[in-house]
Design a protein around this ligand. Sequence first.
Ligand SMILES: Cc1cc2nc3c(=O)[nH]c(=O)nc-3n(C[C@H](O)[C@H](O)[C@H](O)COP(=O)(O)O)c2cc1C
Ligand code: SF4
Length: 533
Amino acid sequence: MNINANAVRATAVTIYVPRDSTAIALGANEIAAAIVAEAARRGVAIQLIRNGSRGMFWLEPLVEVATEAGRIGYGPVEPEDVAALFDADFLNGGSHALALGLVDQIPYLQKQERLTFARVGITDPVSLDDYLAHEGYVGLQKALAMTPEAVVQEVFDSGLRGRGGAAFPTGIKWKTVANARAGQKYIVCNADEGDSGTFSDRMVMEDDPFVLIEGMTIAALAVGATQGYIYVRSEYPHAIAALNEAIAVANTRHYLGQNICDSGKTFHLEVRKGAGAYVCGEETALLESLEGKRGIVRAKPPLPALEGLFGKPTVINNVISLASVPIILSRGGAFYKNYGIGRSYGTLPMQLAGNIKFGGLVEKAFGVTLRELLFDFGGGTASGRAIRAVQVGGPLGPYLPESLFDTKIDYESFSAVGGTVGHGGIVVFDDSVDMAKQARYAMEFCAVESCGKCTPCRIGSTRGVEVIDKIVAGSSGGFDRPREVHLLRDLCDTMINGSLCAMGNMTPLPVLSALNNFPEDFGIEVEQEVAEQ
Ligand SMILES: Cc1cc2nc3c(=O)[nH]c(=O)nc-3n(C[C@H](O)[C@H](O)[C@H](O)COP(=O)(O)O)c2cc1C
Ligand code: SF4
């Protein structure tokens, strides 16, 4: 639905209703229409802005009203609440059962450190003027005044590591591409976002697309690329629409295309829709797919940085990695590096999902504990039952039991307990979960999503499902449970050591963590399992 509220009086009260797909799924378009209709009926002048979501999903649709004191929130709003909100004088921040006070002061938001998400939920995502008014394109202007080597150095100095999962230092990747000699280089943004419970890429693309465009443009200047592609999963139609709209505006206003900001530099950017396979998020399978082929993982070397898209040097980075670049350039690498702990610098937009009371987006510096996220932000489970397990880092991440909830979220602390931070997705399960079913699901997921190139992953995952079924059936199904457990461990060992990519060699993580931490769900007596190990 397109609600054009630009033709309004200057004195009109500004109302914000999110256009983010979570808010839309919860009825934001109907709320926007109801507000416009009610204002017209009452002869009240309003300016309606479709902002991004603040990432507090239990409050969506969250309606905000601009007042002299700041933006006052009301939510979650139902269409039938709209007339009552007008009656309560919400246009002046009037009190109402749904009133939340100043949105910036809601603790969930106030406790965050929003750097990459600084504008998300605040601005009109597709308004370049709004973007410029909120520190937009300051990073690019600085980059244009620097040498390409200095831009790469600034990103290196920030300590930024890839947010797609592998946590590889972004500055080193860029330096490799910058040093490669080639007539054509590419910037590719990995927006396949296939991990379970993740949505931070989607939010950036829908709610602040210019920040990604700016980050990719800075990357292009830094490494000498003139063409970029954003590979977006097909399930994200709103993100694709917002990106295309923002790219068109950026081209018209000379922030993309030829002679960017009168610099003589060129960067063309296009969106490509993915084909709906989890493995197409793996960078080399993504490049194959982008070239129009079936998404099969390539052997490395050669690295994409040297022989990537169409065989040319290519920077391939996750959405959040690239969207973090503008603030690094605008405030400096040292500013960004000041956040975080150990060798995990900066912030991570974490996503609380699954059985959680207050699901949403929490951007915090590395070092926050899992427990703080689950309880201080998340408020425990939505079901009200105890949390039994948490899966961090997507479908290939292990299931973490309560004893590990005090682990700090940073790459080193997580790796020390056998965990993965991945893309920052946190999926919560309460004590009604059957962990044997979850282990089976991990193997099944691998069997369905495997690209099929190597045997341990393609065949091993199918055998894995069968072996888990036999373990669960145990002697009542005529199976020797200890023998099958031994076989499963052997199979996982083969997958870990014999698979070409993380799909095959990480699938054993959720399987083994379920088996080791929750043996009772497999019908295994704890003593027996310990003796087996
Ligand atoms: C099976 C599989 C799926 C992946 N899916 C994604 C994805 O959806 N998005 C992403 O950014 N990275 C994904 N990755 C990681 C990419 O291969 C790659 O590390 C990333 O795009 C590099 O960007 P970064 O350095 O900015 O993280 C996946 C990896 C594997 C093995
Ligand atoms: S591990 Fe699986 S997804 Fe990765 S290359 Fe091998 S078959 Fe393909």
